[in-house]
Design a protein around this ligand. Sequence first.
Ligand SMILES: [Zn+2]
Length: 189
Amino acid sequence: MRLPKVTRFLATVATAALAALGTVTVDAAPASAAVRNVCYNTSQAGPFASYAVQAASIWNNRTNNINMAQCGSNLMIYYTYGGGSYAQRTSLGNGRVVIDYYQAQQYSPLRIMTHEIGHILGLPDNYNGNCAILMSGGSAGASCTNPYPSTAEAARVDQLFGFAAARSATTPQVFTGSWPAPATAGAQR
Ligand SMILES: [Zn+2]
């Protein structure tokens, strides 16, 4: 049986601690209760597959209640040419992310990926121009390459995934326009 990350970690810690005490009893089952798998699929992600893997790693490292892994197709990653990157959330942890190849030439592809996955994980846009805020998206400018959610953003995801009532209250939604259209004919910087 493949154990969720927290269980594995705690089991390792518990085993080490108990080994030091000279006992062999390990019971880490309760610790896994809040961790939920978010299974993503990169088979249609083309050149952005590696960014999806990096983004999943970032979300796993910054949160406690989710474990993103390539274990299914709850979250499909696609890419397209033009039209803008977007996220379509069908329910918390489920949906699709589409990366616009051209947009990813102008804005950090990893920041775009982590941001759009943030929508799937329950976060709304927050266009405040602050590069330290992942969900500020393109409002922080093309020079902003920060791919990390803030402490508050990560805590919100943990909160949503940690309680059944919060999970069920997350509505289906399509998030578009997080990144300004790629510059054409010098019209935009
Ligand atoms: Zn967005």
